[in-house]
Ligand binder design. Sequence first.
Ligand code: ZN
Length: 428
Amino acid sequence: MAKRLLIQGGVAVDTDPVDTDPVAAAPADVLIEDGRIAAVRPGLPEPEGAEVVDAHGMLVLPGFVDTHRHTWQAGIRAIGPDIGFPGYLELVLGRLAPAHRPEDVYAGNLAGALECLDAGITTLVDWSHIQFTPDHTAAAVEALRRSGIRAVFGYCHPQGGDPEASAARGRRVYDEHFGTAGGLVTMAIAPLGPEIVSEEEALHEWGPARDLGLPVTVHMGYDADRADRGLDFLERNGLLTPGTSYVHGNHYSDEALKRIADSGGGVSVSPVVEVELGLGYPVTGRVVAAGAPAGFGADTVVSGPGDMFSLMRAAYALERARPNPGFTTRDALLAATLDGARTAGLGDVVGSLGVGKQADLVLLRTDLLGVAPAHDAVGAVVLSADTRSVDTVIVGGRIVKRDGRLLDHVVEDVLGPLAESAARLAAV
Ligand SMILES: [Zn+2]
């Protein structure tokens, strides 16, 4: 018999509704069957044998999608506030990253992924440039699987070395960890890209993505001098393809963003970290205007917040600060959900309450000081709610958080090893 879950009595906030509103909110029950959304409408009958979740007083929306996070950095959280980009490169990539052992990566990735689930982020693009050895890779992937989150593991090979051997290693990672594995964790290729490595190396980096049909996530367009050259390189080599997520893109012209939109790509914006590191003004609104999906990413908790509420609010404020603000709370919620899913290459899988989609949901309480009264559901999510509101989280129809508590993990058991790892790393 089908496994059924009925989310009863909440206000459903759909980011891909049938009518013309890009986001619609109305009282509705949500029926989940075998991990997928089966029906969304008011007064659904309670199927026999169904588990019922009482959602009265709650907003029921698609789980948030983080399109860009270096998840391994959870153990070095807040170690470098106010550092700027040169400081980040020196402290984090120069000093702290090489000190990470596989067990540090496991502790960071597990805590980082659970931090996401706890905060209502059900899909995570883990941009993982901590692959010093195959054991580091295994630790990163294993921690994502253990967490229960839906994740795209963005494999980035270590910088330097023979480019052909690096590409071969990417293919091996796919064979060893993903080839026939199935499940919630899939793989993307995370090239350093033509703005960091030589064009010859970049071509090799894209090899496994081409051969294996994997999506690509790449930092680009954040350096004013190299932005256009990088995009030209991709175009010349047939690499401006659908399923590519361009991370940051601060220095892309509107024309460049249009080229990305026309190619079927998306842009991942890290609204807090880009501003704080001095990468340039975040492009969320210009991406939307160009016709491409824009998603949000926490990027690094070394110097930024890790929850989607903070990212939505930062992006919303930055867009409203423009001379002709047309950006709304609905746009912010779309970027945090459906357009984030599109940017991650999962637009057909998650990101809305569409019937047939994977049931990745978050239930937000509104009966809290600072959240009540929720006159406008979307406004409440984007402007009032925070991680205290996250009552229930569902991934693929499985409840991973209920009544404000993670179900499959004891938080102390996760934070203990993280603290040990963090103390060692901070002493490096
Ligand atoms: Zn990044």
